[in-house]
Design a protein around this ligand. Structure first.
Ligand code: NAD
Length: 543
């Protein structure tokens, strides 16, 4: 069918960060969300595999349960078979022919509409799925499943416009142009449990740039991922552009990562899994049509370092919010703190007082500040670290755990005298903050310890009133974090404001939600058109 043309330079609506709703008692948003939560908790959703727009129920199912009430099943997801993964690759190739021929503004419209739907009619659904399925409090769900995902969609569209506008020099004899082609093949998006927004962004960003995607969602976040998939469909995403493949990660990855048409990997998750994916790609280098783009945001061991001049109250708030919000399961969560001996008694007293006030429990009770960790595996890992600390270090606050109903780990502060103590070095991914108290005179040495203690370099914060100390930390820790905070907690990056990502063991630092990330999903073609082609072969110097 021939399509009507459109002439004119289009401009996308300017992106603005989605305002965070308060959900205060008596607010209309609270009443509407509570109703959706009740409704969602009373049903068991059947989640299919989606290949080329077709829903497939394979009968081989896994369940999504509530971390705060692990006997409560929220959904049953059907696992992709090897045949379906191969079909998804074929479906994506077929969809690519159409999708890549759409003008970029037409693709952008799908994501702008998805953002608008999420602002309005879909907001409660995505928030409720995140509150129940991933155990986020209402505020944590709102800043993730609603605001950050809306921001990803809107800002990516604006960044795409800026990127496409970058064109080379030309003059009256020739016109040079850059064609921002999508990659040849499919992008394999593998998403983590801890951010619904990352679930939408990893397949969404490459798709916006004209690519086709195989999306392997995280098992424990399958419910919110499934609603995100349906949101994109409701916004007009054509069948086959994103294929939804819940199931066995190792099996799906084996097929996707060894396929000739693998054009890219968009991953967020642990460093070990990313390394294994990169190794598989390395071993299969001779198979691919192009060099796959490999983008991965991975683990962290995020720090707070305080100078003796730090404001004790601001520091204590940064520590407890940074370490315990979402049960410490943000890649950016503070999990190690370096506090001068002169400040520690006051900071310790403030932290423990705040922690004594924090309520922990089911996320449906909005008065809770902390909830359960994601699953039994996480619970076991964290309980073991607490037990180990009881024997080898000092538990300053918390130290309890209980799995009778949900996977509850109490927010815990460990104090150690060993700068290489295990919980200062390894990512635990839970509500455990380890504190190393240093001698005030050893500020410079402490900065060195912060830099070399872990293999990661994701986020970090310095607290100091002394400007020179801020300068020293900024310089000494330049390579220690991809997101560096001054007198603020190391979490809570906002799209368009703090582009997010780290280097070293924390990933390829392609800054999700920025132009830098979108650049990885295009392969430019340079076109030179000469208006006056030379007609003689001899150059003047030959005379
Ligand atoms: P994870 O590595 O366990 O899982 C991530 C994804 O990889 C899931 O979809 C999982 O099913 C899949 N996976 C697991 N084994 C696989 C395999 N063998 N092959 C291919 N895929 C496989 O991580 P998680 O527990 O979901 O998330 C927590 C981790 O993610 C933490 O390490 C955290 O620091 C990191 N994270 C990093 C960022 C960042 O921006 N740097 C953001 C969020 C989370």
């Amino acid at each position: 069918m021939s399509l009507a043309a459109f002439d004119g330079t289009r401009r996308v609506p300017p992106a603005v960060n989605e305002p965070v709703r308060s959900y205060a008692p008596g607010s209309p948003e609270r009443a509407s969300l509570e109703a959706r939560l009740q409704q969602m908790a009373a049903e068991v959703v059947e989640i299919p595999v989606v290949v080329g727009g077709r829903r497939v129920h394979t009968g081989d199912v896994g369940t999504v349960t509530m971390p705060c009430d692990h006997g409560h099943v929220l959904a049953r997801y059907h696992k992709a078979t090897p045949e379906l993964v191969r079909e998804a690759i074929e479906a994506s190739a077929a969809a690519s022919k159409v999708w890549a021929s759409w003008r970029w503004e037409e693709r952008a419209a799908v994501f702008l509409k998805a953002a608008e739907l999420l602002t309005t009619t879909w907001r409660d659904t995505l928030n409720a799925a995140t509150i129940l399925g991933q155990a986020k409090t209402v505020h944590q769900a709102e800043i993730d499943a609603a605001c950050e995902l809306i921001d990803f969609f809107r800002f990516n569209v604006q960044f795409a416009q800026e990127l496409y506008a970058e064109q080379p020099l030309s003059d009256h004899t020739m016109w040079n142009q850059l064609d921002y082609r999508p990659l040849e093949g499919f992008v394999y998006a593998v998403t983590p449990f801890n951010f619904t927004a990352i679930g939408g962004n990893l397949p969404g960003a490459p798709a916006l740039m004209g690519n086709v995607v195989l999306w392997k969602p995280s098992a424990t976040a399958t419910l919110s991922s499934w609603y995100t998939m349906q949101l994109l469909e409701a916004a007009g995403l054509p069948p086959g552009v994103i294929n939804f493949l819940p199931g066995d990660a190792a099996m799906i990855s084996e097929i996707a990562l060894t396929h000739r048409d693998l054009a890219g990997v968009h991953f967020t998750g642990s460093t070990g899994v990313f390394n294994s994916m990169w190794e598989t790609i390395g071993k299969n280098m001779n198979r691919y049509r192009s060099y796959p783009r490999i983008v991965g945001e991975t683990g962290g061991k995020d720090f707070i370092v305080a100078h003796p001049s730090a404001d004790a109250q601001a520091l204590a708030v940064g520590m407890v919010r940074g370490a315990f919000e979402y049960q410490g399961q943000k890649c950016s969560a503070a999990s190690r703190a370096y506090i001068p001996a002169s400040l520690w008694p006051e900071v310790k007293a403030k932290c423990t007082a705040m922690m004594a006030e924090m309520k922990q429990g089911d996320t449906r009770d909005f008065t809770n500040f902390v909830a359960a960790v994601i699953d039994e595996r996480a619970f076991t890992r964290l309980a073991a670290a607490i037990d180990e600390a009881k024997a080898n270090a000092t538990i300053v606050a918390g130290g309890g755990y209980d799995k009778s109903k949900g996977w509850f780990i109490q927010p815990t502060i460990i104090e150690t005298k060993d700068p290489n103590y295990r919980t200062l070095c390894e990512e635990l991914f839970g509500p455990i903050l380890t504190v190393y108290v240093y001698d005030d005179a050893e500020w410079a040495e402490t900065l060195q310890i912060v830099d070399r203690t872990s293999p990661y370099a994701l986020t970090g914060a310095v607290f100091a009133q002394d400007r020179q100390a801020v300068r020293e930390a900024n310089a000494a820790l330049r390579q220690s974090a991809g997101n560096f905070y001054i007198n603020d907690k190391p979490t809570g990056a906002v799209v368009g404001q703090q582009p997010f990502g780290g280097a070293r063991g924390s990933g390829t630092n392609d800054k999700a939600g920025s132009k830098l990330n979108l650049m990885r999903w295009v392969s430019t073609r340079t076109i030179k058109e000469t208006f006056a082609s030379p007609l003689g072969w001899k150059y003047p110097y030959l005379g």
